[in-house]
Design a protein around this ligand. Structure first.
Ligand SMILES: NC(=O)c1ccc[n+]([C@@H]2O[C@H](COP(=O)([O-])OP(=O)(O)OC[C@H]3O[C@@H](n4cnc5c(N)ncnc54)[C@H](O)[C@@H]3O)[C@@H](O)[C@H]2O)c1
Length: 595
């Protein structure tokens, strides 16, 4: 019979501990909440009441339920208060010596049958367990931030954790309404092992002035559908905690340079910029503990001022007849621009016309577009098979095949045909924009305009500046993005720009984790969806994107940045060689023919 947990203890009432107290008390379990001092206890109590009050204000919790919840929590200073509980969860700062000291003390104070659990994100549960005389009753119960919201719990068993302890804790997670994945004791478990390399990389981009904090965060939210951007997430996690997790993962996880904390993190921790909890991190908050971001010196100035110098654009040329060109033509025509579509012949133009019309018709059927607006949009598109018709456009967007020689030849022609001052944009997703720019005599006017697929739906556009792009060209391009109703994020001309550079190494790491048999594709997908709020797990996404496309992007990143950790996972290469390309071939990481 599963053990009945009637009372639990929580040690440390910071970002995680206070949330964990709330999870238990909400589910009818009595909690003894312990801190190191009266002051810290008050802070912990304030986090708990703040969170439950917000839930009441939002109508998610009845007042009476809040009062009942709070009445289940007893606050105390010192571990002695935990002598009668059935389970303790420790959530003190991420330092091995501190945790070992606390576990030795818990071992002395708690009743012999009590289970001792740690919420550590990266330290060895095994090393923590040997500080007690009952390592078989020590386990990791890793909640996600914010604990009351995130559904996932990683249950970490060491080689000595008893099977019945694991089973009892799994049953408890179910009772709390959580979904657990049970795994062995490895640095970062599933979710953090996949998350923190990405977070550290994003901080590195920010530190290198590759893009602004707002643009990095917007790129990942809008380009990948993540609930928050990486820098906002660092602020939520806490920079001190994130530093310790990275540092431990670096030391325990084979000294992968991608986990070596970017120097800026340490500087910010030293300066007391810990994120939300201290009121300032990458962003500035209304007050310590508040989720509300307030403007500061780095907040971008009002859009109009920022877009000063933008040239007026009325007529746009789009070159190409593939998926991206078709979507881009639709986007511009719908936004009121006059469009000149140039393809390699009347037959291709007819196909693009059909595709644009079909897509616009869908908008009409869904009631999002009137028939008159559809007809007006179609009427704004001129169809041509020769670049000569681009002589009087104000902007050209190139979306032809992803081959440098083809794009360079095209830009050389555009240079001869287009009037001076025109912005020449490429939608390349992997080639260096500067190579394309140098095929013209006007590199200052050349820029990357990286739309996402499907262009009519995706709200993000990456605006890629080369070292020769003029500020006017960038301003014009940003203004165009805004007029299209898209968010344009500005970044440098490096492989993968923002989104792919941050996304694909994470996907590749997931493949490596699967290859190492640490966990299953289902559990890894679950962990990222339920622990981090991702819309799809890595294997679901890889199968949608296509394994061949993913491998090509990962190879580019590896070749350009020479980062050993970016080397494509052998399993990914093998699947591609075997023709398992994902949904499009019926099989990738999963078999799609049987669903
Ligand atoms: N922040 C996150 O997103 C996150 C997510 C999952 C797990 N974790 C893990 O949870 C643990 C706690 O992290 P956090 O972010 O909540 O840290 P935090 O700094 O916000 O809170 C730690 C709390 O522990 C208290 N404390 C310190 N020494 C103590 C002692 N001897 N006895 C009792 N209380 C003591 C501190 O006063 C503080 O309130 C860490 O192991 C961390 O890796 C963090």
């Amino acid at each position: 019979m599963a053990r009945d947990f009637t009372s639990v203890g929580v040690v440390g009432l910071g970002t995680m501990g206070a949330g964990i107290v709330e999870v238990f008390a909400r589910n009818g379990v009595d909690v003894v909440a312990v801190e190191v001092s009266e002051d810290a206890l008050e802070r912990g109590r304030a986090i708990l009441t703040g969170s439950t009050d917000r839930a009441v204000a939002k109508g998610k919790l009845a007042e009476a339920d809040r009062d009942a919840l709070l009445s289940r929590v007893r606050f105390a200073v010192g571990l002695d208060a935990l002598h009668a509980v059935d389970l303790v969860i420790e959530a003190v700062p991420e330092h091995l010596d501190l945790k070992q000291r606390i576990f030795a003390e818990l071992d002395r104070v708690c009743k012999p049958e009590a289970i001792l659990a740690t919420n550590t994100s990266s330290l060895s549960v095994t090393e923590i367990s040997v500080a007690t005389s009952r390592p078989n009753q020590v386990i990791g119960i890793h909640f996600f931030n914010p604990a009351p919201v995130m559904k996932l719990v990683e249950v970490v068993r060491t080689v000595v954790t008893s099977a019945d302890v694991v089973a009892d804790v799994e049953a408890l997670c179910k009772r709390l309404g959580k979904v657990d994945v049970t795994i062995s004791d490895r640095a970062g478990f599933i979710a953090n092992a996949l998350l923190f390399g990405y977070l550290n990389h994003a901080v590195g981009m920010f530190e290198a002035h590759y893009a602004t904090r707002e643009d990095i965060d917007a790129a990942m939210k809008l380009g990948c559908g993540l609930p928050m951007g990486p820098l906002a997430l660092m602020d939520l996690i806490g920079l001190d905690t994130a530093y310790e997790i990275l540092d431990t993962m670096y030391r325990r996880g084979g000294r992968d340079r991608r986990h070596a904390p970017v120097p800026l993190i340490k500087q910010m921790v030293t300066a007391g910029l810990l994120g939300r909890k201290s009121g300032r991190g990458f962003y500035t908050y209304e007050r310590p503990g508040s989720p509300v971001v307030v403007p500061d010196g780095q907040t971008p100035v009002a859009t109009e001022a920022a877009l000063g110098g933008a040239a007026a654009i009325a007529k746009v040329g789009v070159v190409g007849s593939g998926t991206m060109a078709t979507g881009i033509i639709e986007v511009f025509a719908k936004a009121g621009y006059e469009v000149v579509s140039v393809t390699r012949g009347a037959e291709k133009s007819a196909r693009v016309f059909e595709a644009v019309r079909t897509s616009l018709n869908k908008g009409v059927v869904r009631g999002k577009l009137s028939e008159a607006d559809r007809d007006a949009a179609l009427g704004r598109i001129n169809w041509s098979a020769t670049l000569d018709h681009l002589a009087d456009v104000d902007l050209v967007v190139e979306a032809v095949v992803e081959e440098l020689s083809v794009k360079k030849a095209l830009f050389a022609s555009l240079d001869e045909i287009c009037k001076p001052g025109v912005v020449l944009a490429t939608t390349t997703s992997s080639l260096p924009v500067i190579d394309v720019a140098m095929a013209t005599q006007r590199p200052a006017d050349v820029i990357g305009l990286h739309f996402f697929n499907p262009a009519p739906l995706m709200p993000l556009v990456e605006v890629v500046e080369t070292i020769r792009t003029s500020t006017e060209t960038t301003a014009t391009t940003r203004a165009v993005c805004a007029a299209l109703g898209k968010t344009g994020v500005v970044c440098g001309d490096r492989s993968g720009f923002i989104v792919n550079a941050l996304l694909f190494p994470y996907l590749n790491d997931a493949v490596k984790m699967l290859e190492a048999s640490y966990s299953t594709a289902d559990d890894i997908d679950h962990a990222m969806k339920l622990g981090c709020g991702y819309p799809m797990g890595p294997f679901e996404l890889l199968d949608v994107v296509g394994l061949d496309v993913s491998l090509a992007i990962q190879r580019e990143l590896y070749l350009e940045l020479r980062e050993p950790g970016f080397a494509p996972a052998p399993l990914l290469e093998h699947l591609v060689t075997a023709g398992y390309l994902g949904r499009k071939s019926g099989r990738g990481f999963r078999d799609h023919t049987r669903r």
